[in-house]
Design a protein around this ligand. Structure first.
Ligand code: SAM
Length: 241
């Protein structure tokens, strides 16, 4: 495991995912919805164009995206702050992991064919710096896929008031999200454009009927549905020029 410069790590802003590392792959654990979103994210990642193609998963956590990256033909590199999560990622398809701050990626310019950043921008004080970094390490012609939570009242209600309090499995721990860190869509698109990537946005939400069956213990996972509304959970995809 390679480590980035520890002086660059802002520990005060980082959720302690080490404590949750045992739950990454538990289909009824508190991180379960991240697995549903990882599956949806995979649809936006193209199949690798050559054998050595590399995908960087920013804030890879326990590696939920690893199997999708590998099945699309990529050598998957994961970056996260949580050492225990990175160990988990290594068991799930990632061939290399790096412990570092996502705002300061320890990689060369244009060194990845695909960069993904799932459900992490809403955990850092400057998500736009992360997007700029993601664009920097992406090669021209490469694909950027980011998904996060919008800075809207609706997202605050759904992602915090509802999601953190419903008495069902897959509920994130209280305090997982701070609505002040939710990500402005216009600014995200603008910053990506300034760094060479024109993002198209699409909304995602869990299939409600499947949510009910999951809550009742009759399903182990819920599929995400695409929606035109990007006001809660949204995904941006674009190609670098
Ligand atoms: C909600 S999880 C998402 C994990 C993964 N992308 C997924 O969708 O399954 C957020 C992740 O961001 C990581 N994280 C938080 N702040 C970070 C930072 N500044 N640099 C790198 N990773 C960070 C956490 O350790 C955690 O694994």
């Amino acid at each position: 495991m390679r480590k980035g410069d520890p002086t660059k790590i802002r520990k005060d802003f980082i959720s302690d995912y080490d404590g949750l590392a045992g739950q990454w792959w538990d289909p009824r654990g508190s991180l379960a919805p991240l697995g549903w979103i990882a599956r949806a994210r995979a649809d936006f990642v193209p199949t690798a164009g050559n054998e050595g193609a590399r995908l960087l998963d920013i804030a890879c956590g326990g590696g939920l995206f690893g199997p999708y990256a590998v099945s699309k033909g990529y050598r998957a590199v994961g970056l996260d702050m949580s050492e225990l999560s990175l160990r988990e990622a290594l068991r799930h398809g990632f061939s290399e992991v790096v412990q570092a701050d996502m705002a300061d990626l320890p990689f060369d310019d244009a060194s990845f064919d695909v960069v993904t950043a799932g459900q992490c921008l809403e955990h850092v004080p400057d998500p736009f710096a992360v997007v700029a970094e993601a664009c920097r390490v992406l090669r021209p012609g490469g694909t950027l896929v980011v998904d996060t939570i919008a800075d809207t009242a609706m997202a605050r209600f759904v992602s915090i008031t509802l999601a953190e309090n419903l008495p069902i499995p897959g509920r994130p721990p209280r305090g997982t999200h701070d609505h002040r860190l939710f990500v402005n869509r216009e600014r995200l698109v603008r910053v990506a454009r300034e760094h060479g990537v024109e993002l198209g946005l699409i909304g995602l939400h869990p299939r409600l009927r499947e949510m009910a069956r999951y809550a009742a213990g009759r399903l182990d996972a819920v599929r995400m549905v695409r929606t035109r509304s990007t006001s809660v959970l949204y995904l941006g995809r674009g190609t670098k020029t």
